[in-house]
Design a protein around this ligand. Structure first.
Ligand code: ADP
Ligand code: MG
Length: 370
């Protein structure tokens, strides 16, 4: 089922949690809603689920407006970060619960299942989730990952048209998270259902999504594939939010036909970059470059006109397995540099770094990419 939100706005009193958001969630794809805490992610999901009604705008399922339909009239499953399992019921009882309720016609739609159908569905789901050996256990006897699988299973048995995940892995420990991500991808391949997955974790978003919708303060700031967001951010906010390290920024000013770094009024930028800045007609702005593309200057190798060099001091070194993450100081400006070199750095070392023109991003005074 295709899900669409159109000019959706939600206000809580005077607080606008979501402003004029329009998104099409394509049928059968995983779409990620990514953004910092408080940016409006849960609000979008609750509006789609029918747990919340918008201040203005519409929600459409397969081109039909469902904005005013209550949650039990929408065939949508929602999985949260905490696993709302019934503690006094075993895994099997938890899985049966939504079907039993249907049988009795109490909750959800009027579908009624026979005992045989219920047993078959619960068996299928247990094997799909690899929780057969835990069937008779109570939630307190399960690990975080297992509990989350049962919680997903309980939604699955209802055969929803759309899955909404609200940060489902934030309570799962780091080692298990990779396994659970793989498992969610598998589930998606198998079911081929529309999935909308909310997270504040950009690495999770990059790993799972066909398409990412990035939110800032209730507004959609960019929509694109993981590669588009990483290689082609449209603002400083996106450039900082996406990537394992925030992008490095140095401000510049154009003066007397020259482009200089604001910190030292040095003309380091190549002709090519300068021409580009001129062609955009900006006088002031920020240049950005990623920690991963920086190289250390090697005195035996001359630098060419398409590179610039900065003499920095090492402020901090973090070693993570084969990588060193260096925090450098360039005249008071902080620069992150990630390297796999075997060479060991220590605090206060001097280091010259090189950045290539092609790896530079230019942002104007309003932080928009130009
Ligand atoms: P996220 O899921 O991205 O962390 P939310 O959608 O939960 O963000 O919230 C968006 C904004 O709306 C936040 O500033 C939050 O404080 C506010 N908000 C959410 N729910 C309510 C509510 N029931 N009443 C008032 N403000 C709320
Ligand atoms: Mg939330």
């Amino acid at each position: 089922m295709k899900v669409e939100i159109e000019k959706l706005t939600k206000k809580y009193g005077r607080k606008t949690a979501l402003k004029d958001a329009s998104i099409i969630f394509p049928e059968g794809k995983i779409t990620i809603i990514l953004g910092p805490s408080g940016s409006g992610k849960t609000t979008i999901l609750r509006l789609i689920a029918g747990l919340l009604y918008p201040t203005s705008g519409e929600v459409l399922f397969d081109n039909t407006i469902v904005t005013d339909n209550p949650a039990n009239k929408r065939n949508v499953a929602m999985v949260f970060q905490n696993y709302p399992l019934f503690p006094h019921m075993t895994v099997v009882e938890n899985l049966r619960f939504p079907l039993e309720s249907k049988k009795k016609g109490k909750l959800f739609r009027v579908n009624v299942y026979s005992e045989e159908e219920i047993e078959k569905k619960v068996d299928d789901i247990s094997s799909l989730l690899h929780i057969e050996e835990h069937r008779e256990k109570y939630p307190s006897q399960l690990s975080g990952g297992e509990k989350q699988r049962v919680a997903i299973g309980r939604e699955l048995v209802r055969e929803p048209d759309v899955f909404l995940f609200d940060e489902p892995l934030s309570n799962v420990d780091a080692r298990l998270r990779y396994e659970m991500r793989m498992w969610i991808r598998k589930l998606h391949e198998l079911l081929n259902k529309t999935m909308i997955y909310v997270t504040h974790d950009q690495s999770e978003a990059m790993a799972l999504g066909d398409m990412i919708v990035l939110l800032e303060d209730g507004k959609i700031v960019q929509v694109g594939s993981p590669d588009e967001l990483y290689y082609d951010p449209n603002s400083k906010f996106v450039a900082q939010f996406i990537g394992n390290y925030p992008m490095n920024f140095l401000s510049f000013i154009v003066e007397k036909n020259k482009c200089k770094l604001t910190v030292d009024m040095k003309e380091v930028l190549s002709e090519k970059v300068f021409k580009y800045i001129r062609s955009k007609g900006i006088e002031k702005g920020t240049l950005g470059f990623r920690a991963e593309i920086i190289r250390e200057f090697d005195p035996r190798k001359p630098i060419d006109k398409d590179m610039f060099k900065l003499e920095c001091k090492v402020e901090d070194v973090e070693k993570v397995l084969d990588q060193q993450i260096l925090t450098l100081n360039y005249l008071g400006e902080q620069i992150f540099y990630v390297t796999k070199t075997r060479k060991r750095f220590s605090k206060k070392d001097s280091i010259a770094i090189i950045v290539r023109s092609d790896d530079i991003y230019i942002f104007d005074e309003k932080h928009r990419r130009v």
